[in-house]
Design a protein around this ligand. Sequence first.
Ligand SMILES: C[S@@+](CC[C@H](N)C(=O)[O-])C[C@H]1O[C@@H](n2cnc3c(N)ncnc32)[C@H](O)[C@@H]1O
Length: 229
Amino acid sequence: MFDRIAGRYDFLNRSLSFGRDVSWRKRVRRHLPEDKPIKIVDLATGTGDQILFLLDGKAEISHAVGYDLSEEMLEVGRGKIKEKKLEDQVSLETGDAMACPAADASADIVTISFGIRNVLDVPTALLDMKRVLVPGGKLCILECSVPENKVVRWGYLKYFRHVLPKLGGWVSGDAAAYKYLNKTVETFPCGEAFCSLMRDAGFEQVKAEPMTFGVATLYTGSRPMEEPV
Ligand SMILES: C[S@@+](CC[C@H](N)C(=O)[O-])C[C@H]1O[C@@H](n2cnc3c(N)ncnc32)[C@H](O)[C@@H]1O
């Protein structure tokens, strides 16, 4: 499905979120240490947007690798990396978030933006993210969520169920893709339910930061310095 919409994916993201996705992506930067060069793994990287926003921040990123299953999304991303002459610093490779090709304890930060909802086995993916992080390293998961406030939720669901699938289908030429978006967001665990999944996978200091009335949430957690025996 992502192969089919890859060419218009960035434009659709910006327009259907009214540009809000930019500030959500920038919020991830706040969780990056700025006192040492860091290595980043970005899962379900798509067209590489999350990595590019992180590179624009204050943290010194020595290397970033993005993994995705969609070759077309990766190709669009590689084009952007080449255009910005970032090939030495960033690579985009084929890889599954449930069994990431990155070595154990090889990343200071693992990110996954608007991707975890698409992964078939979330607990397995979370365990694999912990494996890839260095002890003390941080996981940042950005995902769509459903607002808790009843009035906001009512308006949001009207837009999400009736307007967004039509607009997205019309611009991308793929109505099924945007019906899928609306269904997966409404059924995916958010807020405390998702924090609980992260704790079950062994992450500590787990937090949820709702943004824009809760239509997106940034979840963070750390790999413990020492694993329980
Ligand atoms: C909504 S897009 C998000 C792309 C990007 N992270 C962003 O912020 O724009 C979801 C991406 O998840 C990828 N994906 C789905 N399941 C995956 C998996 N198991 N492993 C890696 N990527 C996956 C899709 O190919 C797609 O590119």
